[in-house]
Design a protein around this ligand. Structure first.
Ligand code: FPP
Length: 236
């Protein structure tokens, strides 16, 4: 394919609906979604994509029923603990973005040790957004800059300064955002970073997402002309 995104972001939607359709509890949908996600990391890398970011748990997801929040946290705990081997085998670097300070201490520890163990890997960078909200990320970044710098610096703050204080510092902005299961919203995901990303929506629920659908999204992406607010050659 001519034009492969460097950074792919996905809003994993529809786990609950997938489960309901099959007569299963919602948590079975999340478990299925987590399995698909682990396989997708390998598929994505094999396509030539270098950065992969997924929305696993938003700052608003705490409002779900306690049992569902607990099940999602258990899935994430298990992932942080059990995926080191596979990540090392695949040379994959794992990072978590979001407000980690709002997570249980043991989960914070497992995240830190997975991030540390995989920090030197040079294959896919897999970013998991966890207790993540785009607005929250921007507010945290501004607070951090204000606490570390004098007021004069803040008065002349640049886009580059702010980008560098986000959780995604040093990671290029996503080229392509996919959202599954028919919804067409950003839902507070990567608000700053998606400024010029291409969007692709599919009706498939996340647990049904597969390589063929990814290929469709990549095919569609490669046919688009990205202007970044300007014109491309031939349009002048
Ligand atoms: C949206 O489906 C999905 C989520 C809120 C959770 C996504 C999390 C995972 C797939 C697990 C992440 C795991 C790892 C290993 C990082 P929904 O529940 O909103 O579905 P619905 O809209 O059909 O109810």
């Amino acid at each position: 394919m001519a034009n492969i995104p460097v950074h792919l972001a996905i809003i994993l939607d529809g786990n609950g609906r997938w489960a309901k359709k099959k007569g299963l509890p919602r948590n079975a949908g999340h478990a299925a979604g987590a399995r698909v996600l682990e396989d997708m990391c390998e598929v994505v890398w094999n396509k030539g994509i270098r950065f992969f970011t997924v929305y696993a748990f938003s700052t608003e997801n705490w409002n779900r029923p306690a049992g569902e929040v607990e099940a999602l946290m258990k899935l994430l705990r298990d992932y942080m603990k059990n995926s080191v081997k596979r990540a090392m085998k695949n040379n994959m670097r794992v990072r978590v973005i979001g407000d980690k300070s709002g997570l249980d201490a043991d989960l914070q520890e497992s995240i830190a040790s997975l991030e540390e163990a995989t920090a030197g890997n040079t294959g896919l960078t897999f970013q998991i957004a966890l207790n993540y909200g785009g607005r929250d990320e921007i507010v945290r970044a501004v607070r951090k800059l204000a606490s570390e710098n004098d007021p004069d610096f803040m008065k002349t703050l640049t886009e580059k300064d702010l980008s560098g204080a986000l959780d995604t510092a040093d990671i290029p902005d996503p080229d392509l955002l996919i959202r599954t299961c028919g919804e067409e919203r950003i839902s507070n995901f990567l608000l700053w970073q998606l400024a010029y990303s291409e969007f692709y929506f599919t009706d498939l629920a996340w647990p049904d997402f597969n390589e063929a659908e990814l290929d469709k999204a990549l095919e569609n992406y490669s046919s688009r002309t990205r202007r970044f607010g300007g014109l491309v050659k031939g349009e002048e």
